[in-house]
Write a protein that binds this ligand. Structure first.
Ligand code: FES
Length: 109
């Protein structure tokens, strides 16, 4: 438990995202309007890599079945779709983020 450096503060511009390995996890770091948010890169539905999804504002879509998440909270804001079936999906796991100087730090549990 504690904060760990994940990236340099200017390495991800507003509207961009990138995944990083951090202590045996893949963490997706997202910059929304200059504020960083960190999520588990694994979609809570079937493990799709959220880093491959589309980011619109603070909403990230899973590339596998389209579930959507608010990256600020991890809250699910749109169902997955498998063929014509809508499937409820849980929330994405998020992690606290802080910036110290040029370092972006993520707290892992
Ligand atoms: S794996 Fe993400 S919506 Fe299915």
């Amino acid at each position: 438990m504690g904060y760990y450096k994940i990236a340099e503060a200017d390495s991800i511009k507003p509207g961009e995202k990138k995944s990083f390995p951090l202590r045996s996890r893949m963490i997706l770091l997202v910059n929304v309007g200059g504020t960083y948010y960190a999520l588990d890169n694994r979609c809570p539905h079937m493990g799709g890599a959220l880093s491959g999804g589309d980011l619109e504002g603070a909403t990230l879509s899973c590339p596998r079945h389209g579930a959507r998440f608010d990256v600020r909270t991890g809250k699910n804001v749109g169902d997955a779709k498998l063929a014509f079936i809508h499937v409820k999906v849980g929330d994405a796991k998020v992690f606290p983020v802080k910036v110290e100087g040029q370092d972006v730090l993520v707290e892992l549990d």
